[in-house]
Structures are given as structure tokens and as C-alpha cells.
Ligand binder design. Structure first.
Ligand SMILES: Nc1ncnc2c1ncn2[C@@H]1O[C@H](COP(=O)(O)OP(=O)(O)OP(=O)(O)O)[C@@H](O)[C@H]1O
Length: 741
């Protein structure tokens, strides 16, 4: 059967009414290129001897390159055009392998200039000598400052004209704009990485660049190049209808379904001997990698039991939707451990195991004894949110006020007591407490234990456990049962892992036996906004191989990214290995408007500016649902709605379980916006009082970590904007805003 590939220039001139016919044409072509009605005919006089046209409808022709012969020929599709236009285009298009890089490219010669009749001839004005001009000191070009020469660029295979223009750019944003016209996507990305100072050898390895061996024009070299990761950034190799649709539809929002960065591809499709971690800043496509990997693992083994999980329901349901968008044939599993891909929160998995595990041979009651010190079968109900406050009212009165906070106890319990299975005062007195910033002497530890005791006693009385306890009980039960019944899952894929507590991570590790591609954690230390810092090795979770960060941001513009990164500038962000995050920089291939930051003199003024901003976006053609207003606290969000309504903006408040609705602007908390994206984002109420929030009542040593999480929250919120970001406050702006940027 012929192979079909979708090339980079597939837009053609078709409108929606022809799109269906194009799909049918390509489906038929993929089955049998000799089918009557396809009319596959060579183009005479084309720039490339491989060019063919095919009949899509009476008026429309597909333009294709045919590589190879016979039943195993490969057709690269370039678009559908009206008959004459197809032949015009064919005079200029050439499929070629870049000889320096061994990457397939579609080269389009410029159209001959139009000769205009009756245009007045240009007359040379008289020469006037200019006044003497002081010689300015020019800033150093970006790439030269990084130590690169035009020779280096040409050596990599960058197009001559692009290389000589790029090497002269002194402004990073102009360099980004220039790369937009790169003849191939890999060239654009390579230039951006060079501008970030990535060494040449690293670039060659990442993109698999090497000189072509043999004749770059031969079919065998073209076919081999088509399969190379850098070519796959522009050329899709489709193996089924879902992929074909994905490659043809939605050239903007849908690109992630087909055109992966070589590094994304390596993570999604590569063999992995064991657990691994994938890190990267906001919008670098970590979720996209997980989705592709889930599909890949299912295709490799349709019987595989796969879990795709994250920390909250909103993100889990968006993962499920995206998975089905990527491949409508995905076989979803109803429960974790069933054949297929189970998509749900870690808490849903823990709950399922503690409620149903005993029926499947898991020793839940014994495991509860090991976690809580009391073997209990009553572990299903959830502890209420005020449990620590109530425990504090019973015990620990001698502790300083700064330690008598639910936040301190939840963190101490979740990072020290539960994951280390501490069940007695003596064990707690001797526990290492690694990573906890507040020192506790023996006497204070004992007082802390009194409060923990009260908390546990209340749990026995109310027959409840919290989700750290449930996770740990499930994990221990899985470990104990593994020698007899094995592990329930074959592959675990985790998104936003930086926001999971140690017990939840231990549970995920326990779900799956050690083996190839067992556990993949996608995480970003820059976006840790919930969980305290976790160093995996302290909890016995071993990750093989150090991860390199994904650095190409697909979501935000270069200007917004610069603004967001400067919120975190100077912060030391510690990753799962306990090391400062390897910041390889973050870059975007898109330029746009600089974020607008604006202070109003009153709250009323801020409401008015917010409404005007939203209305102007809508007037410029944005749909209300593509806009979001993000606030620090839920209350502000609910106050905002009537104020916006009074000023003519329809908005809805998106709570934890709601989804954005059509025809209304979404208003939500910055926390809620995690993992989401919008065309235009307005951050409302970024005042000194609002951000950082809830840090004053923390014990001093924990305050820095909390402020860092508030910075991360602001980073998360700013990086939700695809095209435009506006930041508003009234009175004093938040100290976390990089207003000098
Ligand atoms: N290869 C790609 N081609 C085009 N777009 C892509 C690609 N990879 C990711 N994207 C787009 O970039 C955006 C961000 O991707 P994704 O949500 O996977 O990033 P992320 O790293 O998980 O982000 P965050 O950590 O901020 O949630 C999405 O709109 C996605 O469609």
C-alpha cells in the first residue's frame, strides 16, 4: 500500500466545502494509488520531476510528490489547488534533502515578479550631501554574542539568506520574528536554541543533524530523511484515518497532534528502560508528550493497562478530552488496572484501591495499621477540611503560635509522618525530617506529636482518612500483595507531578512493577503551587537518567514568556532530584504584543479598565470563551461578575468542577487556571495585599517557600495567555510583579 505523508504547505486554496473531498482523496490514495478516479498524473515542466497532481473534484487538484515506485511509493501531499494554480505552484516547489542536515524540506522558489505596465519610471533625485553623522556604537548581534559565526549556521544547514540575516540581528525579538520565515521549522527552532546559547554539538544531537551520505536527490535518501525526527516537524507520516484528519485539520491548534519537536518525539516514542522524568517550563508540550506516549503504549500493546493521571479533576478531564481528540479510537479504561487507558486523578485511584482493593486481594486493613498505627477497615470516608484546626484545639497548646497552623501540620504530616509510616511518638522523635525547614527540638516534636495523635484519634472516631493516608495505605497494600498477585498497572504517566505529595507519588510508583517505561513523571519545578518540595530519592522513588528540560514554549509569545520568566528570576527552584532546576532557558517562536501592566487609582477604575479591555478584545474578533480573567482569590472572582455585567461583559465564574461556557468570558482563580490556556488573559487585582497571600501566618523558615509558590502561581497565571496578557491592579501593585521589565 502506498504511504501518505502530509507536507508543510498543505493550506492550498481549499475552503471547508472541499476539505471532505481532500480527505476522501487521500484515504483512497493511501489504499491504492491506481484507483480509477484519482487521476494521478505527472506534472510536465514542474520544478521537481517527482511532482504529480490528483483529481480531488472536478475543479480541484491535489499537488503531490511521488517518491519511489510501485505499491510502496510514498506520496507527499502539498495542498489542493484549482487546476491552473496547481500547475503554477508546481513550477516552483521542490522536495529536497538538506545536504548538511539530512532533513527533508520543501523549497519554494519565489514567484516571478509581476511586470506592471504604465508605471511611471523612477527618476533619480538630485544628490544632497547629508550632514555629518556621529558613528553610533552598535549592539552586538545576538548570535555573534553567543560565539556563533555565519559559517556555523551554514555548517548546520541553515538556509544561506536566513543565516546571513540572522547573524546580523541585534534584537532577540527581531530574531524570533525573522525565524518565522525560515524555510523549514527545524531551522527556525535551531536558530532560537542557538540564540539561547545551546552548543552546536548539542543542537546536532537534539535534531539528529548530519551530512547526507549519497545523492540527496535520490529516492532512497529522500525516503530515509522523511522518517528523521527533524523532518517530522514539517512532514507527517500518517498510518491511519485519525492521523490523516489530524494532519489536515486545524493547522494552528491541532499541530500538536502531528508535528512534534524531535525531543518531544524522543520522549513520546522512545524506548525507556525504567522510570523517567520529563521536565520543562510552562507550555513546552509536556502534556502533549504524555498524550502521544499513552497512545503509543496502547498501540504497541493493546492489552496494556495504562494510567494517565494528574492531581485534580479539571486537568484529568482535559487529559481525557485531548486523548480522544488525538485519537478517537483510544480505548479508555473504566478503572485503574483495567485494560486500556485509565484517565483520572491520583486521589480517584487511591479511593478506588481502598474501597475495592480488599475484594481483589489487597490487604487494606493491615496496610492501614502500618500507616495509622491502628489496623482499620474504615478508611473510605474523607477527612474534613477543618480536621487540623480541631486537632489543634485539643492539643499542642504550648507550641508557639507560628507552628499552630493547619498549613504547618498538613505539611509535616504529609511529608514526614505518613510517607515514612511513622505510627508512634518514639518513631517521630527519631525521624529524619529531611527537607522540613522549621527545626523542632525534642520537646516541640513531642508537642507536635500530641496534635498528630489527636488528629488520628479523630480519624478513628469519624471513620475517615485523608488522601495522603489513603494513598499510603493503598501503596503498602500493593507492595505487600505484589509477590502473589503482581501489580495492577503496566505503565503510569503523570502530569503536573510537581504538585503531588510524597504519598501520592509513592502510590503511583507502587501501581506498576519495575520494567521498561514503567513510570513517567512530567513536571515543572517552576509551577509548583500546591505541594511542598519533594525529593524523590528520600521516599525511595528512583528515577533513571537525569531529564533535560523541554524549552520551546508553544503557547505564549516571546514577550509574555520573558515577562513570566522574570517573575521567577533569581529564585532557586529545586527539582525532584533535590538539585536546582537546570534552566536551559525558555524560548517561544512567536512574537506578539508586550504584556500591558496597568494600575488604577480605585477598584472601580480597575473594574472599568477590565471591562474595556475585554470588550476591545471581543470587538477585535475574539470569542468570549477564548478570554479569561484570573484572580488570586475566589471571592474577588464572584465580586467581579456583576461589575463586568454592569459594563456589558457576560462572564461566568469557573469553580473547581465547572468548565468554560460558550459565549461567556471565564473568570477563575489563578490556581484553577493551571494547565489551561486562553487567547487573551487578564490578571485582575494583582495588588500588594493580594499577592503573596497567606504567607504571614507561616513560621519564618517556611515563608520563603510559600512566597516562592506565590511567584510560581503568578508565573502559571501569566503563561496561560497565548496571544496577549494584561495585568491590572488598584492601589499598590504586588511586589512579585516584574514591573521594570
Ligand atoms: N509540537 C507541537 N506543535 C504545535 N503545538 C504544540 C506542540 N506541542 C505543544 N503544543 C501546544 O503548546 C501548548 C502547550 O502544550 P502543553 O499543554 O502540552 O504544555 P505543558 O508543558 O504541559 O504546559 P503547562 O505546564 O503550562 O501546562 C498547547 O496549546 C499545545 O497544543
Amino acid at each position: 500500500m502506498p504511504q501518505v505523508s502530509i507536507g508543510p504547505d498543505k493550506s492550498g486554496g481549499v475552503d471547508g466545502s472541499v476539505a471532505g473531498a481532500v480527505l476522501t482523496f487521500l484515504q483512497k490514495l493511501g489504499r491504492d494509488d491506481t484507483s480509477p478516479g484519482l487521476h494521478i498524473e505527472p506534472v510536465v515542466g514542474g520544478a521537481d520531476h517527482r511532482l504529480y497532481t490528483g483529481r480531488v473534484t472536478k475543479f480541484w487538484r491535489a499537488l503531490l510528490a511521488k517518491v519511489g515506485d510501485g505499491p510502496s511509493a510514498t506520496y507527499v501531499y502539498f495542498g489542493t489547488f484549482q487546476h491552473d494554480e496547481a500547475y503554477e505552484k508546481a513550477k516552483r516547489l521542490k522536495l529536497t534533502v538538506n545536504p548538511q542536515a539530512n532533513v527533508l524540506e520543501l523549497v519554494e522558489a519565489a514567484a516571478p515578479p509581476t511586470i506592471l505596465e504604465n508605471v511611471p519610471r523612477f527618476t533619480q533625485p538630485e544628490y544632497v550631501a547629508p550632514p555629518p553623522f556621529p558613528t553610533p556604537t552598535l549592539p552586538e548581534p545576538v548570535l555573534r554574542a553567543r560565539g556563533y559565526s555565519v559559517h556555523d549556521l551554514l555548517e548546520l544547514g541553515i538556509d544561506d539568506t536566513l543565516a546571513s540575516d540572522a547573524i546580523l540581528q541585534t534584537d532577540e525579538l527581531e530574531l524570533v520574528a525573522l525565524t518565522d520565515d525560515a524555510p523549514a521549522r527545524w531551522q527556525q527552532n535551531v536558530l532560537l536554541e542557538l540564540a539561547d546559547g545551546v552548543p552546536l554539538h548539542e543542537i546536532k544531537a537534539r535534531y539528529g543533524l548530519e551530512k547526507v551520505q549519497g545523492d540527496p536527490d535520490s529516492d532512497s535518501v529522500v525516503l530515509a530523511a522523511l522518517d528523521r525526527p527533524a523532518s517530522r516537524m514539517d512532514f507527517a507520516l500518517v498510518t491511519d484515518d485519525a492521523e490523516l484528519r489530524a494532519a489536515l485539520e486545524d493547522p494552528d491548534f491541532g499541530r500538536w497532534r502531528t508535528f512534534l519537536h524531535p525531543e518531544q518525539r524522543a520522549y513520546a516514542y522512545g524506548e525507556r528502560s525504567g522510570s523517567f522524568r520529563l521536565s520543562g517550563g510552562a507550555g513546552t508540550g509536556k502534556t502533549v508528550v504524555l498524550l502521544h506516549r499513552a497512545r503509543h503504549l496502547q498501540r504497541e500493546n493493546p492489552q496494556a493497562r495504562i494510567v494517565l493521571t494528574t492531581y485534580n479533576k479539571t486537568l484529568a478531564s482535559s487529559l481525557r478530552d485531548s486523548l480522544l481528540f488525538l485519537d478517537p479510537q483510544t480505548h479508555l479504561a473504566k478503572y485503574p488496572g483495567d485494560v486500556g487507558i485509565f484517565v483520572g486523578t491520583v486521589d480517584a485511584i487511591a479511593w478506588r484501591l481502598v474501597t475495592q482493593g480488599a475484594a481483589h486481594g489487597l490487604p487494606i486493613t493491615d496496610a492501614a495499621g502500618l500507616v495509622l498505627g491502628t489496623a482499620r477497615s474504615t478508611v473510605v470516608q474523607a477527612t474534613t477540611g477543618d480536621a487540623w484546626r480541631r486537632a489543634l484545639s485539643h492539643a499542642g497548646h504550648e507550641l508557639p503560635e507560628s507552628l499552630r497552623t493547619p498549613g504547618f501540620f498538613a505539611a509535616e504530616y504529609g511529608t514526614v509522618v505518613v510517607p515514612h509510616r511513622i505510627t508512634t511518638r518514639d518513631e517521630y522523635l527519631a525521624a529524619p525530617r529531611a527537607g522540613r525547614r522549621v527545626p523542632l527540638d525534642r520537646e516541640r516534636r513531642s508537642l507536635v506529636w500530641d496534635v498528630i495523635d489527636a488528629y488520628r484519634e479523630a480519624g478513628i472516631q469519624s471513620r475517615t482518612t485523608d488522601y495522603d493516608e489513603k494513598s499510603m495505605i493503598a501503596a503498602i497494600a500493593l507492595d505487600q500483595a505484589a509477590p502473589t498477585i503482581g501489580r495492577p498497572v503496566d505503565h503510569v504517566l503523570v502530569d503536573e507531578a510537581q504538585d503531588l505529595s510524597p504519598s501520592r507519588l509513592i502510590l503511583l510508583r507502587a501501581l506498576v512493577a519495575d520494567g521498561p517505561g514503567d513510570l513517567l513523571l512530567a513536571e515543572d519545578a517552576q509551577q509548583r503551587i500546591y505541594a511542598p518540595l519533594v525529593v524523590l530519592s528520600r521516599y525511595g522513588i528512583l528515577i533513571r537518567g537525569r531529564s533535560r528540560r523541554l524549552t520551546l514554549n508553544y503557547r505564549t509569545t516571546a514577550q509574555t514568556l520573558r515577562f513570566a520568566s522574570s517573575i521567577l528570576a533569581g529564585e532557586e527552584l529545586i527539582d525532584f532530584d533535590g538539585e536546582p532546576t537546570q534552566d536551559d532557558g525558555a524560548r517561544s517562536a512567536r512574537v506578539g504584543l508586550a504584556p500591558r501592566t496597568e494600575g488604577a487609582s480605585s477598584l472601580d477604575g480597575a473594574y472599568a479598565t477590565a471591562a474595556l479591555t475585554l470588550l476591545s478584545w471581543i470587538n477585535d474578533g475574539a470569542t468570549p470563551e477564548s478570554l479569561a480573567v484570573l484572580v488570586r482569590g475566589g471571592n474577588e472572582g464572584t465580586y467581579l461578575l456583576p461589575e463586568l455585567a454592569d459594563r456589558g461583559v457576560t462572564a461566568t465564574y469557573i469553580g473547581p468542577r465547572d468548565t468554560p461556557s460558550k459565549g461567556a468570558v471565564s473568570v477563575m482563580t489563578m490556581h484553577r487556571s493551571k494547565g489551561m490556556e486562553f487567547r487573551h488573559v487578564l490578571l485582575f487585582g494583582v495588588t500588594a495585599e493580594a499577592l503573596p497571600a497567606h504567607v504571614d501566618d507561616l513560621p519564618e523558615p517556611e515563608r520563603n517557600d510559600a512566597v516562592q509558590r506565590e511567584r510560581s502561581l503568578l508565573y502559571v497565571a501569566t503563561t496561560r495567555a497565548r496571544d496577549e496578557l494584561v495585568v491590572l491592579w488598584d492601589g499598590e501593585p504586588s511586589e512579585l510583579l516584574p514591573l521594570a521589565v
